[in-house]
Design a protein around this ligand. Sequence first.
Ligand code: UDP
Ligand code: MG
Length: 338
Amino acid sequence: MRQAQPTPQSETLPPRQPALLSVVVPCYNESDGLRALLAALTPVLEPLAPRHEIILVDDGSRDNTFDIAQELSRSDPRVKALRFARNFGKEAAMAAGLAHAQGDAVVLMDADLQHPPALIPEMVACWTAGTDMVIAVRRRRDTDSWLRRLVSRAFYHLFDAVSEVRIPPGAGDFRLFDRKVAQAIVSLPERNRFMKGITSWVGFRQECLPFDVADRASGRSSWSLLKLLRYAWDGITSFSTLPLRVWSVLGVTIAGLSALYGLWLVISTTVFGIDVPGYASLMVSTLFLGGVQLISLGVLGEYVGRIFLEVKMRPMYLVADSVGFDDADASGTGRKRR
Ligand code: UDP
Ligand code: MG
């Protein structure tokens, strides 16, 4: 797999300082770990950027995540929180957080302390030196099960092979964005979001920082293998039309082979006389072609389904409650902001 090359820094870029640093944290059933997250995050942010904001996006949790977020916001006004009307998924939560972040640089991280806050100063240092997007890349994946590692390795190989954007191996959602990158991502109108691909697609100066992923501080991962596979399929269909095109190639190949076979039948019948027709070969070819046609229809259906979801223009998320924001920027439906 190709490695994302760090973009060389230009000597002429003046160093930047974040007047305001935003940290966006999607939270789903994270009531056990939220206080620990804040306790780890605040001492890191305080010396780095006294003016900072922490945006907790409660993605329709079934526990009291939002109550705790409210409490945290009351004791530190730099903590802000949004509550979705239901669980819209991590992608929507990240999009909402980015849309509401006001910072010159925006850090995106998980709530479970798997993304170490201690890396944030290094990320900000990269940004200060002129990088527009700092991608934290996992050194190892040994906190994952072997099955999950296998699935994700297969996915990255496949994604690399079929799509035009490159995802650096080991890159997750722990990233720092310059304001203009965050705005570029927010301005993309698509509802079916695959953040890993979108962030590569937008480009800008990118740099990778290696880090060791920690074990989940509390609770458990909300990603089942099935959910992960669905996510992988969403990712591939969002960034590649190869699954659609492959059927034409297969169709032409099968048609070509059938023509050759037909020619062979004419010749063999003329030379050797009429043979007894084979029941088995007939069944196999009928079933095989039927199967191929159903698969291609299924793939077509997947894309039509995605078009259907996009043309309905439903918002990406609905915000039910918010705390800590000015009224003007507290609302939100995930519609494209201009
Ligand atoms: N998350 C979310 N909505 C969801 C699932 C997860 O906002 O529907 C959040 C979750 O609270 C956490 C982050 O996304 O902050 C990563 O989730 P998790 O730790 O379950 O995933 P993993 O680390 O296993 O990839
Ligand atoms: Mg996690």
